[in-house]
Design a protein. Structure first.
Length: 130
């Protein structure tokens, strides 16, 4: 796996919300190893509080978060931050149109590639003159 250049991502703040503690710990560790600053929240109550916790470069909602809770968390996040939202999708779940990106992957390498791609696209869009 190719590791992104550390200096390019050191300041990237990610909010990651999950309802599965083991997955939360694993994904947070994967992201932190890549140099991202990760604020994680377990469950709806922690997630709602975290959504109001400053500016982020990316918001990730885990597979285990039910669609209705995802919608409420996205609405709360959007009141405070305009960063892109990645909703991790599981089979047979309806796809949310309120998330900017939807991904299905249990593969850690693919997960990290998706995160890096979204952040690169976002940075490129901001660099374009209006």
């Amino acid at each position: 796996m190719t590791v992104p250049v550390r200096g390019a991502i050191m300041s990237k703040r990610i909010l990651y919300i999950s309802y599965d503690e083991q997955v939360l710990i694993t994904r947070r560790a994967l992201l932190e190893r890549q140099g991202y600053v990760v604020k994680s929240a377990l469950g709806f109550k922690e997630g709602m509080a975290a959504c109001a916790d400053g500016e982020f470069h990316l918001f990730i909602l885990g597979h285990a978060v039910p669609p209705r809770d995802k919608e409420l968390l996205i609405a709360s996040f959007r009141r405070n931050c305009a960063a892109p939202i990645l909703s991790l999708w599981r089979r047979n779940e309806r796809v949310l149109d309120t998330a900017n990106y939807v991904a299905f992957s249990d593969d850690p390498v693919q997960f990290l590639k998706s995160v890096a791609m979204i952040l690169v696209r976002c940075a490129a869009a901001k660099a374009q003159p209006a």
